[in-house]
Design a protein around this ligand. Structure first.
Ligand code: S3P
Length: 443
């Protein structure tokens, strides 16, 4: 698919109505990438049930295949198998590794490849990815002896990695980013000594959980001011696992907000991953007074999962800052939509990271919601949203950002009058069946 989302150039969206029924959202994107990569460097076969069949994990799979890993076709409803090549079995690829639109692919790959001695790799991506900061990964990896080069003094793709022997050391990550942390953990697996990653506050911990399940020797400790210390003792052989991927809470978020706000809605979202490092959206919706029940809470291959039942009601504005940001970083666009439909001022603070996502999400959401008549002040690290005035249907543009497209779809349904959304096909990056689900649930 085209990463610019032009496969469905524009879509008319009708306003009003409610959201009704049952839905299973596609597999968690973060867990999907990790299961492919960890499976690739294990001994034996990994099976993955519920892998997200979307453009981003496909970028990871295509890159792994280019390095000699057998990954079965990624198709909806099919179990994916990965034939592991072992900790040091990745081959030097003959071509550039195309990471498409996927920051997770590029950043985790840097860590995966930095220690592959005598092998050379070039990583590239689409226009959006070429503008995203990569020094945050290359710089800590260089403390371990990695050789990562790129445009803008190593900050931007295309990037070249010359595999080298890596040294175990203590690495402090500059931001609470699971992508940066995971890259270092991957590099640590083949370093010549223990590596400890210290992150300023906890980011999503899927890598830690899954690496342990695959057999890595990994230890956790809470340090000063709740910083997190994760130590990896290298050399342990990873063993292929049977992974079951829960539904992505970041995709469920669109239905949670639509169901909580569209009058008369009643939705059940099944099999949603409820890892506490990802559930900030539930905490904020709870503070807003949303009627959401968690049902059938259970554990699936080391990750908590449950069903979420949401019913419409009136919501209060919110105020949140940097402390909760790592737990809801991808849900800020849809929360900015929710704020438009609550009477009063909502504040998003400590969200500067949003400016270096697939787009500058603070600027794009402000621009697009203003086109519908929203009253928003954009700030350097957040937004103030003066909610409660009705939004009107408008000509909208995803600006080639999947989460913006899905957020605007919900905004359009809650507004008065029809909207048109340009570049709507970009949803295929993380949620290929989004528009089918939208049409089915929106009555
Ligand atoms: C991800 C981490 C987050 C998130 C991204 C996926 C991951 O990024 O925004 O969609 O899978 O590790 P950061 O690590 O930049 O916060």
């Amino acid at each position: 698919m085209s990463a610019t989302g032009n496969s469905i150039p524009s879509r008319n969206l009708k306003a009003g109505g409610s959201f009704q029924g049952h839905i299973k959202v596609p597999g968690d994107k973060s867990i999907s990438h990790r299961s492919l990569m960890f499976g690739a460097i294990s001994e034996g076969t990994t099976t993955i049930e519920g892998l997200l069949p979307a453009a981003d994990p496909i970028s990871t799979a295509v890159s792994l295949r280019a390095m000699g890993v057998k990954v079965s076709p990624i198709e909806t409803g099919q179990i994916v198998t990965v034939e592991g090549v072992g900790l040091d079995g990745l081959q030097e690829p003959k071509q550039i590794l195309d990471c498409g639109n996927s920051g997770t692919t590029m950043r985790l790959m840097l860590g995966l490849l930095a220690g592959r001695e005598r092998r050379h790799f070039v990583l590239d991506g689409d226009t959006s990815l070429r503008h995203r900061p990569m020094r945050r990964v290359g710089q800590p990896l260089s403390l371990m002896g990695a050789d990562v080069r790129g445009r803008d003094h190593g900050n931007m793709a295309p990037l070249a990695v010359q595999g080298r022997t890596l040294h175990g050391t203590v690495v402090r990550t500059p931001v609470a980013s699971a992508q940066v942390k995971s890259a270092i953990l991957l590099a640590a697996l083949t370093a010549n000594d223990v590596t400890t990653v210290i992150e300023p506050s906890q980011s999503r911990d899927h890598s830690e959980r899954m690496l342990r399940a695959f057999g890595a020797d990994l230890h956790l400790q809470v340090g000063e001011e709740m910083s997190r210390h994760i130590s990896v003792h290298p050399g342990t052989i990873l063993r292929g696992q049977n992974v079951v991927v829960p539904g992505d809470i970041s995709s469920a978020a669109f239905w949670l907000v639509a169901g909580a706000l569209a009058p008369g809605s009643d939705l059940t979202i099944e099999n949603v991953g409820l890892n506490p490092t990802r559930t900030g959206i539930l905490d904020i919706l709870d503070q807003m007074g949303a009627k959401i029940d968690v049902l059938n809470l259970r554990n699936v291959t080391g990750e908590p999962m449950g069903d979420l039942h949401v019913q419409a009601g009136s919501l209060q504005p919110f105020d949140f800052g940097g402390e909760i940001m790592p737990r809801l970083v991808d849900e800020v666009p849809i929360l900015s939509v929710a704020a438009c439909f609550c009477d009063g001022e909502s504040h998003i603070r400590g969200a500067a990271e949003l400016r270096v996502k697939e787009t500058d999400r603070l600027a794009v959401m402000t621009r697009q919601l203003r086109a519908m008549g929203a009253n928003i002040e954009e700030r350097e690290d957040g937004m103030t949203i003066y909610g409660g005035r009705p939004l009107s249907g408008a000509l909208l543009d995803s600006e080639s950002d999947h989460r913006v497209a899905m957020s605007l779809a919900v905004a359009a349904a809650l507004a008065n009058g029809e909207s048109t959304l340009n570049r709507s096909g970009i949803t295929a990056i993380s949620y290929p069946t989004f528009w089918d689900d939208f049409d089915r649930l929106h009555c």
